[in-house]
Design a protein around this ligand. Structure first.
Ligand SMILES: Nc1ncnc2c1ncn2[C@@H]1O[C@H](COP(=O)(O)OP(=O)(O)OP(=O)(O)O)[C@@H](O)[C@H]1O
Length: 205
């Protein structure tokens, strides 16, 4: 379903990776590992079509993501390590806007429920700049509850999360995989990744 063919990415005069081939099917999680600077974020952004590779191609359902453009983006949820939330907006506003931008508007009940499930009951109406790092990350991760995207691409999703939130996120990932979803993630932590099939990719030799 997600295919990578002969992918090469350079930054400046450094070749981060080349000749990278991958196939990821439904219910599969790809754990991308590697030291700082090995190219994990670059690979994730390339899989999302946010960075143009120097060679090779990313395909979704057999078609180039360049050709699919919006049709691919609708099936994709990217959560980068900067969270992608607006600090002047509340958790409620951030989630409602993110869902609309994803082309998948949701009702306010669903947004309240998502924030409650992610452990932010009582913090829904605060501008997110007033939240702790872990709470901001929880707002970003609440998008996973609301999204109907088939492919989740998550850059360091466990960073700043406490034990309870790590377990919550693991549960969300497990549910997504059980429903035939795909997940690509990076993490430096040794987090047991439950259920589904887990593939590992080590960058940087
Ligand atoms: N915009 C940029 N311009 C030039 N070089 C860049 C740019 N962004 C990243 N790089 C370089 O590309 C290399 C890979 O960066 P990347 O962020 O993909 O690594 P990473 O494996 O995700 O690292 P980390 O574990 O620290 O998050 C680094 O050496 C970095 O300096």
């Amino acid at each position: 379903m997600l295919e990578v063919i002969g992918l090469e990415c350079r930054r400046g005069d450094r070749r981060l990776f080349s000749g990278l081939d991958l196939v990821l099917g439904p219910g599969t999680l790809l754990h991308v590992r590697g030291r700082n600077g090995s190219g994990k974020t670059t690979l994730l952004r390339t899989l999302c079509g946010l960075f143009t590779p120097d060679a090779g191609e990313v395909r979704w359902r057999g078609e180039s993501i360049r050709t699919l453009a919006e049709d691919y983006r609708r099936e994709l949820l990217y959560c980068g390590h900067l969270n992608g939330i607006k600090s002047d907006l509340t958790g409620l506003e951030n989630l409602a806007i993110a869902a609309r931008l994803d082309g998948d508007p949701v009702g306010s009940d669903a947004v309240w429920q998502a924030l409650a499930r992610i452990g932010l009951r009582g913090f829904e109406d605060l501008p997110t700049r007033m939240l702790s790092q872990g709470q901001k990350r929880r707002v970003a991760l609440a998008r996973l509850i609301l999204s109907r995207a088939r492919l989740w691409v998550l850059d360091e999703p466990f960073t700043a999360l406490d034990v309870e939130a790590v377990a919550l996120l693991q549960g969300l990932i497990a549910e997504h995989l059980a429903g035939g979803g795909l997940v690509v993630l990076t993490t430096h932590q040794e987090v047991p990744l439950t259920s589904g099939q887990v593939a590992r990719l080590d960058l940087g030799g």
